[in-house]
Design a protein around this ligand. Structure first.
Ligand code: SF4
Length: 256
């Protein structure tokens, strides 16, 4: 696909005119452990905040991985950008994750465009899809290394279901538990949210290839046997349906 670099190089966002909120995030260098870019060194920005409350969430205070360090408050997006530039080392990939990064709105647009323009950092976005795709993605095609949508709810925002230029870089990732009902398509029927009525989770749109659908075993922190069962389930689903297996390899190599 031929990408038009002028989109990001000529269009300056004028952030000085905007009100810039404070940001709570963790910033750390690691290896991207899961999804289509597994094994790629990356700088992670884990934004705090998501209303969905999944039982295995990496973002929530109780489940935070101490190897990532504490959350930091940045007084605005420029302080965050300065910090990223300071610690990014040789990384050429930035992973924007959460929490729900798309709740950051304009902050995300400034961050991604600035870091691509000035540092040539390409961006991978991880989202549950319950927030719409944002104008960011339409402005920054060359800066986008990938989008991973991991639905947790019955409906994702309509914009993720529309065919778009990002067809080739999008993946739909499903977390597969050790127990619980799966649909005939092998994808989970039961929501992974904590304390809510179970729902039928959103399926990918019809234009997605099977290899863009990822099945990833749920990680049970204190229950190796359940993690093993979930992993075996994913292997079988990949073989039966043609989905890609996504393992959380960072847990095996002991990095955040
Ligand atoms: S959608 Fe993602 S960030 Fe939100 S609670 Fe679930 S796992 Fe955590």
């Amino acid at each position: 696909m031929q990408l038009d670099l002028r989109l990001v190089e000529e269009e300056e966002i004028a952030p000085q005119e905007l009100e810039l909120p404070t940001i709570r995030a963790k910033v750390f260098n690691t290896i991207q452990g899961e999804g289509p870019l597994t094994g790629t060194p990356a700088i992670f920005v884990r934004f705090q905040g998501c209303p969905l409350k999944c039982i295995f969430c990496d973002e929530t205070v109780n489940h935070s991985d101490p190897r990532e360090g504490p959350y930091t408050t940045f007084k605005n997006v420029y302080e965050l950008i300065d910090h990223i530039q300071l610690v990014k080392g040789n990384n050429s990939l930035i992973v924007l994750t959460g929490g729900e990064p798309l709740l950051q709105g304009t902050v995300l647009e400034i961050l991604a465009s600035h870091l691509f323009r000035n540092c040539r950092l390409r961006m991978q976005l991880e989202t549950s899809g319950h927030v719409g795709s944002s104008s960011l993605l339409h402005q920054l095609p060359p800066a986008l290394a990938g989008i991973v949508i991991s639905p947790k709810t019955a409906k994702v925002a309509e914009s993720w279901l529309e065919s778009c230029w990002w067809n080739d870089v999008v993946s739909w990732k499903y977390v597969i538990p050790a127990l619980g009902e799966l649909g005939r398509d092998g994808l989970p029927n039961i929501s992974t949210q904590d304390g809510v009525t179970p729902v039928h989770i959103q399926r990918p749109p019809h234009w997605i290839k099977k290899t863009q659908i990822l099945v990833q075993p749920m990680f049970y922190r204190n229950d190796k046997e359940s993690t093993k069962i979930a992993t075996q389930r994913c292997v079988e689903l990949a073989l039966r349906h043609g989905y890609r297996l996504s393992l959380q390899t960072h847990r095996y190599i002991n990095v955040p």
